[in-house]
Design a protein around this ligand. Structure first.
Ligand code: FES
Ligand SMILES: [Fe+2]
Length: 360
């Protein structure tokens, strides 16, 4: 069950270079993405309505695509415009076209009713539009349901244990820090967490000069339905009063992560980790990219194993026991279930939603 009437990230623009015909399953639907001759990004259902050959194995012609089984051609709207050897074109011979918006290198897709595809509903992330923030867009594929990744990002105490030697720095992070803000929102949540007077975590140490200086660290995250994560991170010299607004000599990062369901058990994971201090030294972005990949591989190993555990005993999902730190993830799942229920008008979903442990 997915929320359909919302924007999902389908790809980064770099995935569509050189005339690439990208076959990508999104919400269990097989979609073809490509950039047409006009420059517009086009998304069509990837199945040729004639006999089911894959259009991604076809040939791009202008803004359209020709199926390379029997040569039927479709335009950018998915309408059949040519059948070799046949003049009459049945109006029903068409494949579904999905609304697309390209913005800040992201290709957004609307999987629901096209009549509701309002581009102002895209949760634009300002740093992606601002050249002062530098970073490298990246993609990872997960063999796990997207909500397990949302869960992971909902509780940063995992930084201490999963990412001790990469993004976290020490187990202390889980013991001595607590969220100072946990704000439930109608379409997500906001959490703010400080770690005062600590050693800099390894990923940050790699890109700063004074590696032994103690730091105050702020993580401020926003998670939005259907699975969009934005994070501000700030490191300041320890004890200068950053929590009261003294952000002198701060080193800052901005991070976006987009979880798009591929299937019920797999996820497309798009992200970019941005900094504002690299100046003319692109090795900083490169170092951060490498560190983040290293860190995300640690998440991926745990989450994919977790998915296997859940698959082996599906009843366990409703028996999982909550701790206080699960409040944001529990709220997120409840809010999402409500929206899906409203969209589908299916009372059964309400019953499923009440199984989520409540800590409110
Ligand atoms: S299956 Fe595509 S033209 Fe026949
Ligand atoms: Fe993580």
């Amino acid at each position: 069950m997915y929320l359909k009437n919302c924007w999902y990230v389908a790809a980064w623009d770099y995935e569509l270079i050189d005339g690439k015909m990208l076959a990508r399953t999104i919400l269990n639907e097989n979609v073809l993405l490509y950039r047409g001759a006009s420059g517009e990004v086009i998304a069509l259902n990837n199945r040729c309505p004639h006999r089911g050959a894959l259009l991604s194995e076809g040939r791009r012609e202008g803004d359209g695509v020709r199926c390379m089984y029997h040569g039927i051609k479709y335009d950018q709207g998915g309408r059949c415009v040519q059948i070799p050897g046949q003049d009459m074109i049945p109006p029903k011979l068409r494949t579904r076209k999905y609304p697309i918006v390209e913005s800040a290198r992201l290709i957004w897709i609307w999987m629901g009713d096209p009549a509701h595809a309002d581009r102002t509903l895209i949760p634009e992330y300002a740093p992606l539009h601002d050249p002062k923030w530098r970073g490298t867009p990246a993609y990872l594929h997960y063999d796990a349901n997207y909500l397990l990744i949302v869960d992971n990002l909902s509780d940063f105490s995992h930084l201490a244990f999963v990412h001790t030697n990469t993004l976290g720095g020490s187990e202390e992070y889980a013991y001595v820090t607590k969220p100072v803000v946990v704000e439930r929102q109608p379409r997500g949540f906001r959490v703010e967490r400080w770690h005062m007077n600590s050693e800099a975590p390894p990923f940050h140490k790699k890109v700063i000069r004074d590696k032994d200086a103690r730091v105050d660290r702020r993580n401020h995250v926003i998670m939005l339905i259907p699975g969009i994560f934005y994070m501000e991170t700030m490191f300041t010299p320890a004890g200068q009063g950053a929590e009261k607004g003294n952000t002198q000599n701060a080193r800052e990062y901005r991070n976006c992560q987009y979880m798009t369901p591929e299937t019920d058990r797999t996820t497309h994971f798009f992200w970019s980790y941005l900094n504002n201090f690299e100046g003319s030294d692109p090795t900083i972005s490169q170092s951060l990219l490498d560190s983040l990949i290293e860190g995300f591989m640690e998440d991926k190993a745990i989450i994919e194993r977790q998915q296997k555990t859940l698959d082996a005993d599906p009843a366990f999902e409703s028996q999982m026991l909550a701790i206080l730190a699960d409040a944001p993830l529990a709220h997120f799942r409840r809010a999402l279930s409500k929206l899906i229920e409203a969209e589908q008008g299916a009372p059964a979903i309400v019953a499923a939603a009440t199984k989520v442990p409540s800590l409110a």
